[in-house]
Design a binder for this molecule. Sequence first.
Ligand code: KG4
Ligand code: ZN
Length: 345
Amino acid sequence: MPTILAFESSCDETAVAVVADGRRVLAEKVATQAADFAAWGGVVPELAARGQVAFLPGLVEAVLDEAGLRGEDLDALAIAAWPGLIGSLLCGLTCAKVLAARWQKPVVAVDHVQAHLAAIHLGRERVPYPLLGLVASGGHSHYYFVRGPGELDLLGGTIDDAAGEAYDKVAAMLELGYPGGPVVDTLAATGDPSRFPLPRPLLREPRLALSFAGIKTSLLYQIRGPQGRDPLRLDEQGRRDACAAFQAAAVDCLAGKLFQAAERAGVRAVAVGGGVACNRGLRARLAADCAARGWDLLLPEPRHCADNAAMVGALAAPLLAQGRVAPWDLLPLPSGAAGPRAVVT
Ligand code: KG4
Ligand code: ZN
């Protein structure tokens, strides 16, 4: 089974990992620039790419060292080549191609969103396919019918914000800084969700869709007046209550639609990937609901939910086995959806 040097540089993280058999992580490193972007309130693409250029060589050396391998020992290199920021994608892809040319190895290009779901293979012997998968991250909140790694059909998803984006906007509303998801999650644990009643948009509708706009607006009007423009006058406990109220609504919607979709598809296994899958409220809710139903729940470890390179190695292994190697002139696809010439089969 293959040993793969995998890269993930689609947004602000720079991640490199060595993964064996698509399951065992031999070494992994992530250089994060999140703190640099706090002052900007979000990712600045050009700055992200400049950081990635600087980080990549050192990270490659560090993971190969830790795994006790040389480049020549690898079977392939892998990269998340779509979707993402063009400059960031180019950094990882160029690095992977240059090293692959030097070591005479193939490059496997994978879809970042699919890789988030393939992360369920890491550290796990067997995955009970087919299953219902949710990718909830800063850019995506979508449900998939998953037949295998990289074999999935989109069933539905958000009609406005992605879940992580909504968490980040609620954090900004509460002046909690960026990225906001982890902070909202932490404060929510000691808040009272009933203090701010919030809607659960589309939850009772049969349509497999999510919407976060109404939840955010309702919270905004409750904490900053009917125009949403009053100064924030919440004390510490008030912010905790606001976080708890948003988290309860978001978790109800994300989990509710996941089970709705699974029941409709006739499967009894669900998986969640992406940064929001780190959320303790969501994890606890899914664990309780799956235990009550006797269903399988597949959640990657938190470090493999947020952007990471091990998930790229997990998806690349089965693709490599199918001979799906990228051509040398492969370009990154910022908006996603690989075209027919993106991989050679
Ligand atoms: O998957 P990811 O690392 O990057 C993208 O592909 O977008 O997801 C990042 C998103 C951010 O919006 C971040 O606020 C959110 O995931 N996030 C969380 C938590 N940890 C990260 N949201 C809610 N609760 C968390 N614990
Ligand atoms: Zn991601």
